[in-house]
Every structure is written in structure tokens, then in C-alpha cells.
Design a binder for this molecule. Structure first.
Ligand SMILES: [Zn+2]
Length: 438
């Protein structure tokens, strides 16, 4: 069961508790709600020298979604999990739009100015903004978790496959069968090398089998340079035939495959800059950071019969994964990065001309666009209770985006803040009733 984070009255993090116990504490008035997302309560007393059981933050960084799991290594219990959706695409889109607007403005207004050239240098090791935001999102959440509970270690999936484990993969003969750790490393390596598609017909999204380019029956070896990936029909069709024979009708593909089979995958393709940047920053937090490979994650996940989800992958990262991993009742918190508004002073039309007046104050009557509010409307034409994200208007009359649709023109005196806008939106699959606000 996803547990609830607990602070003592001095905001010292304590062991997370079962939601039932948290409910009891709230009901008895011994605690109050401190934060809605992730759900945190604060006790009304100080706890002297608490006995803490250390937790491990486990991260599976992805390009669109990152899985996060909080695991108690001693008991094998997953305490809390989340899936963090990044906004790389949005950032790229916004920057493209800005670039286009500036270009058109330069054409209109500064046509005779000499082009600038001395402002083009980038810091070494700089990530593009869309990737930087991914790393920052993960760091934000790791820091938050460290503040909320006793985190003693971090695990991160760093590389897709462990080249060290395969030693020189293109030369060494390897055991490629599934079920061995090495087998998973080899499979991941081949998936990357052959672009996750059938080598012979380019089929994607089908189960791919490891295929010997020169088949075993003719003396082909288990060396990685003799392995390719094929869909089942192609593998059957090829059987024990020679590849030259099999691809006689397609000499281009034949020569490409033979060349690619011999070429080892470049290191740059095996690791990814974002993950390394994240690794460096996690190390700087001062906690021990364990690294695992994607092959190891899969090796840990498959025998446990877990479906492939981001948070379960995260729970399976690294050699420290406990023998029995208890994930019962966990509903991951779905976190979506939204950013903190825009720096643009006024909106443009499609020609890049200002369409609106410059932005007014961000905060109106103590509310800000993006805050989660509850409005209990007692008078007027729309009586009722509405909960959702607010869009503020300088008039002091707001719009609230509820699950049922947007309600317009709600006066600020009816509204109470449930959770401040913090650059993320939240949901969980099971929509639980919110406990009363303290
Ligand atoms: Zn095929």
C-alpha cells in the first residue's frame, strides 16, 4: 500500500505510515495535513531520537516518463511509487516558436544590423533545455523525497546494458539465452544495435528472437557479432539457410547487415547523456548512488512477474533489489511536469504581433493560476462545490477546471487553496476522496 509521509512538529522526517494509521491520527487530532501531493501529515508533537528504517530511492529515467520507487531494502517493501512525466517536447516547441518569432522580427526591424556571432558559445557539458528539464524534474523529486522520509541510498538505471559484463561483446562468445543476467544484457545490446526491429523485414512492435546470422547447424558461434534480431516468420523462413542465399534478392540489405554485424556499437549509443548528467548530480547529494543496467532491471523484473511499468522497473533497478519485493496495493502517484507559467510578457498572434496586454500580477487575492482550489459556492447562479485547478483573473472572479469541465466566474471569496501550484499536476488511478483540510 502506498504509505503516507510523516513529519514531527519540527518537520523532522519520520518513517512513512499506513494510510489507515494516518487517517486515525488525523481523526484524533494528533496530526494535520501538511501537504496534499505527495500526501504528508505533520504530528503535533516532537519525536526525540526516532528509530528510522532507511529507505532507498530508485529511479528509472526515461525520455518521456521516469519511474520512481521508494523501497525498504530490509523488508523488501515498496513504500511509495510515482511516475513522473516530463515536458521535453513542450519546451522544445516553445523554444522553436520563440526562435521563429525572433527571426521574423529581425527581418522586419533590424535588417541592416550586422549579424552577431560572439554569443554562440555553450558551456561544456551543457544539456539542451528539453533534456535539462528532465534532469531537473528528477532532482526536484529526489530532493523532495529526501526531505519527506529517511532516505539512505539512491539507485539509478544508468545504462541500457552493461558492456563491462559482456567484456568485449563483439569478440567474446556469450551465453545469450534468456533467464541469465548475461542473456538480458546481450538482448538489450542487440535491440539497441539493430534498432529494435527485425533485421530482415524491419518489422517493429513484434516479438523479436535472437537469430544467428550463420546458423548453429553450419558452425555459427554465439559471438555477438554473429547475432541479429528477427521476427518469428523471418527466423522460420531463414531456418538454416545461408544469409547470402536468404537475402539473394536484396543485396543492399545483405551488405548492410554484414557490415553492421561486425561493427561494435559505439559507446555513445549505449549510454545517454541525460542519464550521466543525472548520475553526476545525484552523487553530489552525498548519498551512496548505486547504478544498474537495463539488462539487470529486466532480469530482476521478469521472474517476479511484474508487468512492464515505469514504477515497477524503478523498483527493480540495481543489485540491491530485495529477494522478495512487496508491491501489494501500490498505486503510483502520476506526476506531470507543467512548468511555472511563461516568461513571455504578452501573447502573440500568428504573425508575431502582440495580441494581449502585458501580463498582470501573477497572484490575485492570494491565488495563482495553477493552484488546486476548492470552491463552496453558496449564492448566485452556480451553487455547489467545485475542486480543481484555478485560472485567476484580475477582477477576482476565477475559472476552475474540474474533472467535469471548466466552471467560469467563481468569486474568490468562495475559494480555499487545497494545494499550491508547484510546477506539477498530480493524479492517481484510484481517485480517492480527499480527507478534510486541517
Ligand atoms: Zn522479419
Amino acid at each position: 500500500m502506498s504509505q503516507v509521509f510523516v513529519f514531527d512538529t519540527n518537520k523532522q522526517p519520520l518513517n512513512p505510515v499506513h494510510p489507515g494509521y494516518a487517517r486515525l491520527l488525523l481523526k484524533q487530532g494528533k496530526a494535520a495535513v501538511y501537504r496534499r501531493y505527495p500526501f504528508t501529515i505533520i504530528l503535533k508533537r516532537a519525536v526525540e531520537q526516532p528509530v528510522l528504517s532507511p529507505l532507498r530511492v530508485k529511479i528509472d529515467p526515461g525520455s518521456k516518463t521516469t519511474g520512481i520507487a521508494l523501497v525498504n531494502d530490509a523488508s523488501g517493501e515498496v513504500v511509495w511509487a510515482a511516475e513522473l512525466t516530463h515536458r521535453g517536447e513542450q519546451i522544445k516547441h516553445a523554444l522553436d516558436k520563440r526562435r521563429a518569432a525572433r527571426r521574423s522580427r529581425r527581418q522586419r526591424k533590424t535588417r541592416y544590423r550586422k549579424p552577431r556571432f560572439k554569443n554562440r558559445r555553450k558551456r561544456t557539458g551543457m544539456l539542451p533545455p528539453s533534456l535539462e528539464s528532465r534532469v531537473c524534474n528528477v532532482m526536484t523529486w529526489v530532493r523532495r523525497l529526501i526531505r519527506l522520509c529517511p532516505v539512505a541510498a539512491i539507485s539509478q538505471e544508468l545504462v541500457r546494458f552493461d558492456l563491462q559484463k559482456m567484456e568485449n561483446p563483439e569478440i567474446a562468445g556469450v551465453e545469450y539465452q534468456q533467464g541469465t543476467l548475461l542473456g538480458y544484457e546481450v538482448r538489450e545490446y542487440l535491440l539497441e544495435k539493430w534498432g529494435r526491429q527485425c533485421t530482415y523485414c524491419d518489422a517493429t512492435d513484434v516479438p523479436l528472437e535472437v537469430e544467428h546470422i550463420l546458423c548453429r547447424a553450419r558452425g555459427g558461434t554465439n559471438r555477438v557479432s554473429n547475432l541479429a534480431l528477427a521476427c518469428e516468420p523471418c527466423n522460420d523462413k531463414k531456418g538454416t539457410r545461408l544469409i547470402e542465399d536468404f537475402l539473394a534478392a536484396d543485396p543492399d540489405r545483405l551488405s548492410r547487415i554484414l557490415a553492421q554485424a561486425k561493427a561494435p556499437l559505439k559507446d555513445a549509443a549505449a549510454v545517454n547523456a541525460t542519464r550521466w548528467a543525472l548520475y553526476e548530480r545525484l552523487k553530489a547529494l552525498g548519498l551512496p548512488v548505486e547504478c544498474g543496467s537495463g539488462g539487470l532491471t529486466k532480469y530482476n523484473r521478469i521472474p517476479r512477474d511484474f508487468p512492464k511499468t515505469h514504477w515497477l522497473d524503478a523498483a527493480c533497478v540495481g543489485l540491491s533489489t530485495p529477494e522478495s519485493l512487496n508491491v501489494w496495493g501500490i498505486v503510483p502517484l502520476r506526476i506531470t511536469a507543467t512548468g511555472h507559467g511563461s516568461r513571455q510578457m504578452c501573447r502573440m498572434d500568428e504573425h508575431g504581433f502582440p495580441r494581449t496586454k502585458p501580463k498582470a500580477a501573477k497572484r490575485v487575492k492570494g491565488f495563482q493560476t495553477g493552484d488546486l482550489v476548492r470552491a463552496i459556492v453558496t449564492s448566485g447562479t452556480k451553487p455547489g462545490t467545485y475542486t480543481g485547478k484555478v485560472a485567476v483573473r484580475t477582477r477576482g472572479v476565477f475559472n476552475i477546471k474540474t474533472a467535469q469541465g471548466t466552471v467560469t466566474d467563481i468569486h474568490h471569496r468562495f475559494c480555499t487553496v487545497v494545494a499550491r501550484s508547484d510546477g506539477y499536476t498530480y493524479s492517481s488511478r484510484k481517485e480517492a476522496a480527499l480527507p478534510p483540510i486541517a
